[in-house]
Design a protein around this ligand. Structure first.
Ligand code: SAH
Length: 448
């Protein structure tokens, strides 16, 4: 049996785990909140830290709430549902502040209050779930942390309700049509994952079935049944992934019915979303995020605007009516294709989109004497890179707007940029309620 100890939590770390001290060793305890006293089991121990699991809470925090979701403590998809929403927002603000100080060495920077979501539930417009066979039942859900064991989820509180219903119908129909889920140990079976994307504005839903091979008996009937139960499904695609891999999507895609994409609307601009394109997962908060980003830029008709890491062109196309010209750069070819289509569909004639690495692109542009007055950068979690940041310092755009989904890499990059830029405003936005993730917008101005 593992050791049991009594501890008092004094902080919460960036992943939402309670931080404790015992015998001058630091420990991290899932779901323990600051000021709580609890008996915990030590489940893992190293020379300098240990991990613990709550056995009994002796003194609960006044901020602890009963999570509405009964899968919460085993699922791992959310990490803060036991903490009041107000305190979740405070946690995210502090997380950004801590990263700026610790990683970026950026002291005395004011971090605004986290922009909240009014009804922080059922926001996710994209779900991607594994399908498995468990005790002769077809189940979908989440993998338990660091395992291949699936946690069966019947109702998820953060995904779009329409997606939950479709998933339930898919499980029933797979059983009816006797289609086997993929078994990764034996490398047998057909259905690996289901991907569902919902449009916030339109009644449009896209379902993508990820299969090991294109051999689905009575596929047309299956889809007909599914669509009869869910009228909003406007398009169904198949993705083939035959490999033994953790990567969800394979290389080949086929449209089975509909256009192969859905459309959504952000701040009056229409966007086409195909299965592989990046699209922000919270359609309600995204309007706030982009508005804050663009307000930070105080755009004018003389501005030349670079939308770096542009995805399907969202930020650039929204900015286009307020600037002279927009250039977008994005590495994923299908997203660039979507961006160009979005530009045409919205009849925007002062924007263009290129495919390639953002750092190489601006370096190349700079060599040809092309500079931008405003650069908006929205890199993936790993942040930007030296090539990109170095060129920014060399070409000196007046304003840089940094949108980040990881405060740690944001802090690292801001440290670099702050050599020549002053940090004007740092605003965390709650794009992912109940998880420890936070999106941050930063406005940077060239030092005079
Ligand atoms: N601005 C968009 C997308 C942000 S996500 C939006 O708000 O929707 C980050 C994007 O960066 C992804 O589309 C990813 O494909 C792209 N990306 C990742 N590495 C890149 C690189 N080195 N150069 C250019 N784009 C990159």
């Amino acid at each position: 049996m593992n050791k049991e100890i009594t501890v008092t939590c004094f902080d919460i770390n960036n992943e939402g785990k309670g931080v404790v001290k015992f015998d001058s060793k630091i420990g991290f305890v899932d779901y323990l909140l600051p000021e709580e006293e609890a008996i915990i089991e030590v489940i893992y121990e190293k020379k300098d830290y240990f991990l613990g699991k709550i056995k009994k809470i002796i003194k609960p925090s006044k901020d602890r709430i009963e999570p509405p979701c009964h899968h919460f403590f085993e699922c791992g998809g959310c990490s803060l549902m036991h903490l009041s929403y107000d305190k979740q927002l405070k946690f995210k603000q502090k997380k950004v502040k801590d990263c700026l100080e610790r990683i970026g060495g950026l002291k005395d920077i004011k971090v605004e209050e986290t922009v909240p979501m009014d009804h922080p539930f059922n926001y996710r417009n994209k779900i991607q779930v594994p399908i498995k066979s468990k005790n002769k039942e077809i189940v979908s859900g989440f993998y338990k942390e660091k395992s291949h064991d699936i946690v069966k989820i019947d109702k998820c509180y953060i995904e779009d309700k329409r997606a939950s219903k479709i998933l339930e119908d898919i499980r029933t129909l797979l059983k009816k049509y006797k289609i086997n889920p993929y078994d990764e140990d034996r490398h047998t079976g057909l259905v690996r994952h289901v991907l569902i994307r919902t449009s916030h504005i339109n009644d449009e839903i896209m379902v993508t079935l990820v299969l090991t091979e294109f051999l689905f008996p009575k596929l047309k009937d299956f889809i007909k049944d599914l669509r009869a139960l869910n009228k909003d499904i406007k398009t169904v695609t198949i993705n083939i992934n035959p490999r033994k891999t953790n990567v969800i999507l394979g290389q080949q895609d086929r449209i089975i019915t509909g256009k192969g994409y859905i459309e959504d609307d952000i701040l009056g601009v229409k966007f086409r979303i195909s299965p592989k394109s990046f699209y922000q997962v919270n359609p309600i908060q995204v309007e706030k995020l982009y508005s804050i980003a663009l307000n930070n830029a105080f755009l004018s008709k003389d501005d030349t605007f670079l939308d770096a890491y542009s995805g399907i062109g969202t930020i650039g196309l929204i900015a286009s009516k307020n600037v002279k010209f927009v250039t977008g750069i994005e590495i994923e070819p299908s997203a660039v294709k979507d961006a160009i289509n979005n530009q045409r569909e919205n009849k925007i004639d002062n924007a263009e989109f290129y495919q390639g690495d953002a750092g190489e692109f601006i370096l190349e542009q700079a060599k040809h004497g092309i500079n931008y007055s405003v650069v908006c950068m929205d890199p993936p979690r790993k942040g930007s890179d030296e090539k990109f940041l170095k060129t920014i310092l060399k070409t000196k755009p007046n304003k840089v707007i940094y949108i980040s989904c990881d405060p740690a890499t944001l802090a690292r990059d801001l440290k670099y940029l702050s050599q020549d830029y002053s940090i004007n405003k740092v605003t965390p936005v709650d794009m992912f309620p109940h998880t420890f993730h936070v999106e941050t917008v930063v406005g940077l101005y060239l030092k005079k």
